[in-house]
Design a protein around this ligand. Structure first.
Ligand SMILES: Cc1ncc(C[n+]2csc(CCOP(=O)(O)OP(=O)(O)O)c2C)c(N)n1
Ligand SMILES: [Mg+2]
Length: 358
């Protein structure tokens, strides 16, 4: 006997195309004009913050930085879809998610300056600290989602991972666990086409990254990750259904800039490729849409830009006045601090190690 025992498919969702045209039949009824304006403002804010931090890094005023430019729709669309008590685990590029969830900008800047205090996230933000080891946040996310279910809380957990991160064992283990235990996990792949210098087509021979969830028995969807409305709808629907189990959403987007400030993308990718993606910009299409509906204009734009610039400049000024407690890098590692570490801590305190030497 030979019979087919499984067949799968992956849907792709786009609602607002790159020219600003909307697919009215797919526009969710719960999305009003004010929400789209909010999306536009937050995406612009995330981009303005990104540009500022990049320039601070180039001046030696913050340490290594991972730019988000190009990925605003994925980050803002998914963050705005979260309910008040929902939680999220980021990797290292989700500054837009933090911004949309109300993370104080000056605290984010502290993190980029390398201070532990930048990892103190207000509870209402619902975020966990950024992580560097690729994909380790995924089992955390699945476990946190399991805890919500165990505690009978109606809380969903969003877990962000890159295209590169989907090749890690942690990614599959998290999805497998989430599927078996039907936990309220919404796994979001930010497929920005690159994992440092490794392109998407070297990452996996699978036609989509979304289909990796099918093997785990969970719902999957591929979304235009540069369409904030599609991302919002996909994630909101996944959250609304999260009590019934997890979902994997692949957001197809593009990393317009370098991997981090330690990277030079011109060494491994062509300008032509970047030009193609420039035309798919996530912010421009929303502006075109809002302009056509008379919901936006140049004067609103310059007012917004001024407000956002002031908020960013004030936050940077505050962060630059921050005096770090040298103890903070030693404490909270061991419950009983080893003598050798204590000696190093005492030396750091006595010698004013972190203060600028005059
Ligand atoms: C376990 C592990 N391996 C390698 C690295 C080095 N590294 C940091 S980011 C990165 C690529 C991540 O690519 P992707 O998951 O697509 O996320 P993106 O940077 O594109 O947002 C690598 C290999 C690491 N931090 N952790
Ligand atoms: Mg990537």
């Amino acid at each position: 006997m030979l019979k087919k025992v499984f067949e799968g498919s992956v849907d792709y969702l786009q609602i607002l195309d790159e020219n600003g045209n909307i697919d009215a039949a797919l526009l969710p009824s719960y999305l009003d004009d004010a929400k789209v304006v909010e999306m536009y403002k937050l995406m612009s804010f995330a981009r303005a913050l990104d540009a500022k931090v990049l320039s601070l890094q180039r001046q030696g005023r913050v340490a290594t930085y991972a730019p988000l430019v190009g990925q605003e729709a994925t980050q803002i669309g998914s963050a705005l879809a979260m309910r008040k008590d929902d939680l999220f685990v980021p990797n290292f590029r989700q500054h837009g998610v933090f911004l949309a969830r109300g993370m104080p900008i000056d605290v984010m800047v502290l993190g980029w300056k390398g201070f532990e205090e930048g990892n103190i996230i207000p509870k209402e933000v619902g975020g966990f600290p950024m992580i560097i080891p690729v994909s380790t946040q995924m089992p955390h996310g699945a476990g946190i989602a399991f805890a919500q279910k165990y505690l009978k809380k109606d809380v969903a957990v969003l877990a962000y991972v890159g295209d590169g991160g989907t090749s890690e064992g942690d990614f599959y283990e998290a999805l497998n666990f989430a599927g078996v235990f039907k936990v309220p996990l919404v796994a979001i792949i930010e497929n920005n086409q690159w994992a440092i210098s490794v392109p998407r087509n070297r990452q996996s021979a699978a036609q989509t990254l979304a289909q990796k969830g099918i093997a785990a028995g969970i719902k999957v969807l591929q979304v235009d990750g540069n369409d904030v409305i599609a991302v919002y709808k996909a994630v909101k629907d996944a959250i609304d259904n999260s009590k019934d189990g997890p979902m994997l959403i692949e957001c197809v987007t593009y990393r317009m800039s370098m991997h981090t400030t330690a990277d030079d993308p011109t060494r491994y990718r062509s300008d032509d490729e970047v030009e193609v993606w420039k035309k798919r910009d996530p912010i421009m299409r929303v502006r075109t849409y809002l302009n056509a509906k008379n919901l936006w204009n140049d004067s609103l734009e310059s007012q917004m830009q001024n407000e956002q610039k002031k908020a960013i400049d004030d936050a940077v000024e505050k962060a630059e006045k921050f005096v770090p407690d040298p103890k903070s890098i030693f404490e909270h590692v061991y419950s009983f601090m080893p003598q050798t570490l204590k000696e190093e801590m005492d030396y750091a305190v006595e010698s004013n190690f972190f203060m600028e030497k005059k």
